[in-house]
Design a binder for this molecule. Structure first.
Ligand code: SAM
Length: 294
């Protein structure tokens, strides 16, 4: 790969997905894109770049997907799910007691382990949430991971990463070498293909947003832009949850960290209100919310 080809790919990926590659990541491009080029019958990266420059949209999607990192596992990092069970849901139970509904968005849900971990937490709370209408929206840039998430089918290796055995037995059914999450939990999660670089106001307003382990790949201006747009999609008393290596501190005043709750943020009311467009306030909470029975 020549230096101009590398520069072309860097800019292409930044524009398409936000991925911010430093000047020395040629090896990463080669390891991910060479197999893709060969599969497409191309001689190598140079020919791949020519096709992209020629406007091949199928190839563009494949290149973007091949360069995303989809690493995830059930109850990843544990703490964000402890916060969910011990802080977020109890607070929402009080704050939303009148309307008994909650909207949750996993903004980079990958293959589904994160949204299904939240769904399992909710089911484990049993009677406290009986009669509540809960919606979990799992979105991702990649169609490939969304398909896997929709199917809810995981390998033995995947269910052994982070998932307590009693939850595996309770919520999954074994099918040969794989495990499928049960239909009730699958029905709690709606899937949407969505690029965080683009407008997401059509999703409406959420009580809780999990946006974990995706902003680390973006440059500072992109992070700031996304934080400011997330602030418009969250209720003033809602919660934002970020990954262990992510923070709003030093980037935006749209959110503030919650003391002693690592990774957990609240919108700053005044700021959220100021940046909320007229229409977002009136956005439908949802058309399809799953009812939760104990
Ligand atoms: C490392 S995974 C994180 C999954 C999960 N949130 C977790 O923490 O385990 C990052 C995900 O972000 C998605 N992604 C990357 N760029 C994106 C973008 N611009 N818009 C939406 N999703 C994106 C990738 O496809 C990938 O599935």
């Amino acid at each position: 790969m020549t230096p101009p080809e590398y520069e072309y790919l860097r800019k292409f990926l930044r524009d398409q997905s936000g991925l911010d590659l430093s000047a020395d990541k040629q090896y990463l491009i080669e390891s991910r894109l060479l197999p893709l080029a060969r599969k497409a019958g191309l001689a190598g990266i140079s020919e791949l770049v020519q096709r992209l420059q020629g406007g091949s949209s199928a190839l563009s999607t494949s290149v973007v997907e091949a360069m995303t990192t989809n690493e995830t596992f059930f109850f990843r990092d544990k703490i964000p799910f402890d916060h969910f069970r011990d802080t977020i849901v109890p607070e929402m139970l009080k704050a939303r007691a009148g309307r008994k509904s909650m909207r949750i968005w996993c903004a980079a849900g990958s293959t589904g382990q994160e949204p299904y971990s939240l769904a399992m937490c909710l089911k484990e709370m049993g009677a406290a949430l009986a009669g509540w209408r809960i919606e979990i929206v799992a979105s991702d840039l990649s169609q490939e991971v969304l398909e896997k998430s929709r199917a809810g089918i995981y390998s033995q290796f995947e269910v052994q990463r982070g998932l307590p055995i009693q939850l595996l037995v309770r919520y999954f059914k074994q099918a040969g070498e794989t495990w499928q999450i049960n239909p009730e939990l699958r029905a709690m999660v709606q899937h949407r293909q969505l690029n965080l670089l683009h407008d997401f106001s059509q999703l409406g307003v959420f009580d809780i947003i999990y946006c974990r382990n995706v902003l680390i790949y973006f440059d500072q201006d992109t992070k700031i832009d996304i934080f400011n747009r997330l602030a418009r999609q969250i209720e003033p008393d809602g919660f934002l949850v970020l990954g262990a290596a992510e923070t709003v501190v030093g980037l935006t005043d749209a959110f503030r960290p919650i003391a002693e709750r690592r990774g957990l943020y609240k919108p700053n009311d005044a700021r959220a209100a100021a940046t909320k467009p007229v229409l977002a306030g009136a956005a439908p909470r949802t058309a399809a919310m799953a009812g939760l029975s104990a």
